[in-house]
Design a protein around this ligand. Structure first.
Ligand code: 5GP
Length: 200
């Protein structure tokens, strides 16, 4: 798969659980005015209340995931919180083919795999203002039991250590402001010519 031939760009956005990533992305793309499509990932985790198959994720069984993995259908994948998550090549290719840029909402492990394959990718890291904010936001969401919440808090600290590897960083202090900042960044990314391959 090549990003260079069309006009579409590949953009990665990562951020720890509780950074507000999904909400910020959904709001930034809601108007449909930007030529950017979010790639729907596959996950083996069960859906949370309100999540829809094919919209938030493709919810697959571990056996379905294994088969796709063996068939080389994933652009990247990672195991996170005991479940597997992956980006389907065909999902990204179909958006690029239609001339859209593609936003991958993936974790730091996935971002590393994408950077290796596509050095021209632009990566954005979204973070909460402080560690206490993550805990408050995860508790407010109310979708995790206590053990899962503690596991996620440990992982957040490890993920934050990867932030310096990203091209751009955004701190989510205020939702409206962050959405506006992300939209501005996205407009800039898709309007400029592709980043030169590293070493060029
Ligand atoms: P959640 O279970 O809270 O929806 O997502 C957990 C983590 O998985 C988040 O950091 C999210 O960005 C990441 N994630 C979602 N889809 C993918 C994917 O396709 N690949 C990778 N590597 N991470 C993903």
């Amino acid at each position: 798969m090549s990003q260079g031939s069309g006009t579409g760009r590949l953009i990665v956005l990562s951020g720890p659980s509780g950074s507000g990533k999904s909400t910020v992305i959904a709001r930034a793309l809601a108007a449909g005015d930007l030529p950017i499509r979010r790639s729907v990932s596959v996950t083996t985790r069960p859906p949370r209340p309100g999540e829809r198959n094919g919209v938030d994720y493709y919810f697959w069984s571990p056996a379905q995931f294994d088969e796709a993995l063996q068939n080389g259908e994933f652009l990247e994948w990672a195991e996170i919180h005991g479940h597997r998550y992956g980006t389907l090549k065909r999902e990204v290719e179909s958006h690029l083919r239609q001339g859209y840029s593609v936003l991958l909402e993936i974790d730091v492990q996935g971002a590393q795999q994408i950077r290796q394959q596509f050095p021209e990718v632009t990566t954005i890291f979204l973070e909460a203002p402080s560690l206490a904010d993550y805990e408050r936001r995860l508790r407010q969401r109310g979708t995790e039991d206590e053990a899962s919440l503690q596991r996620r808090l440990d992982i957040i600290e490890r993920e934050l250590a990867h932030a310096p590897q990203y091209d751009l960083r955004l701190v989510n202090r205020d939702l409206e402001q962050t959405v506006a900042q992300l939209r501005q960044l996205l407009r800039t990314i898709i309007s400029r010519s592709p980043k030169a391959p590293s070493g060029a």
